[in-house]
Design a protein around this ligand. Structure first.
Ligand SMILES: [Zn+2]
Length: 231
């Protein structure tokens, strides 16, 4: 077993040679460390070429992992920064008898019971995110359903680990990641249109692209922004 470090772009990759049959690429929490396990008969040049083709994916995974870590480490305290619709707000925690959340110009006022736990504060914020996102997505679906001539569909919000949205074509049910509430409205719109287009075209094929271009001509830009944003 030998170890090598590959430098590809700005990414360092630890390569371990083992008695295995296929290359295995992984990006690890919490800091986005990248490893490749390689069959011991491969040479480094071959691995380098493979890694280079995966660079965009690696960076995307790293961004995802790093954002999850940051999210989990939120303390829900005054002056902490939180995102809503692509804008940064400072949290202001205020003790009160009834938990609620009020959005101000530059701040989010979080009213909590004096004895509220971190989880309870997070839940208040997430319930609010969910409600706000539901309203935004509801409006988008209403508009696009008319444009696309789609009827009979349902949607819901939930926590998702790896996806922004999903579509159950048989049940005509769209699901959206609550984390989208933190993203710019144009990015939310891209995900809504993407999932709705699945009701017209199941696969990510040429027809899917044609439909995306038709209903949301700038979707590529929004997709790029969404994937590059520090989440
Ligand atoms: Zn899709």
């Amino acid at each position: 077993m030998a170890n090598e470090i590959l430098h590809i772009g700005s990414v360092d990759i630890e390569v371990t040679f083992k008695a295995i049959k296929n290359l295995h690429l992984s990006v690890h929490p919490p800091d986005g460390r990248v490893t490749i396990s390689s069959p011991d008969f491969y040479d480094l040049e071959k691995i380098k070429i493979y890694a280079a083709t995966k660079l965009a994916w690696i960076k995307k995974e790293q961004a995802k992992i790093r954002s999850q870590e940051r999210e989990e480490s939120k303390l829900m305290i005054t002056q902490e920064s939180h995102q809503f619709l692509g804008k940064r707000y400072l949290l202001k925690v205020i003790e009160a008898n009834t938990p609620k959340l009020v959005l101000k110009h530059n701040s989010i006022e979080l009213y909590t019971l004096p004895e509220a736990t971190l989880e309870q504060k997070q839940r208040t914020l997430y319930n609010w995110y969910k409600k706000e996102l539901e309203a935004k997505i509801g409006n988008l679906i209403f508009d696009y359903a008319k444009l696309m001539n789609i009827s009979d569909l349902n949607f819901g919000m939930r926590k998702m680990k790896t996806k922004w949205g999903s579509c159950n074509i048989e049940k005509r049910m769209l699901w959206f990641n609550i984390e989208l509430a933190k993203k710019p409205i144009n990015c939310i719109e891209y995900i809504v249109v993407h999932e709705m287009v699945h009701l017209l075209e199941r696969n990510h094929n040429k027809n899917f692209i044609i439909l995306m271009d038709k209903f949301l001509p700038n979707w590529r830009v929004q997709k790029k922004i969404l994937n590059e944003l520090p989440l």
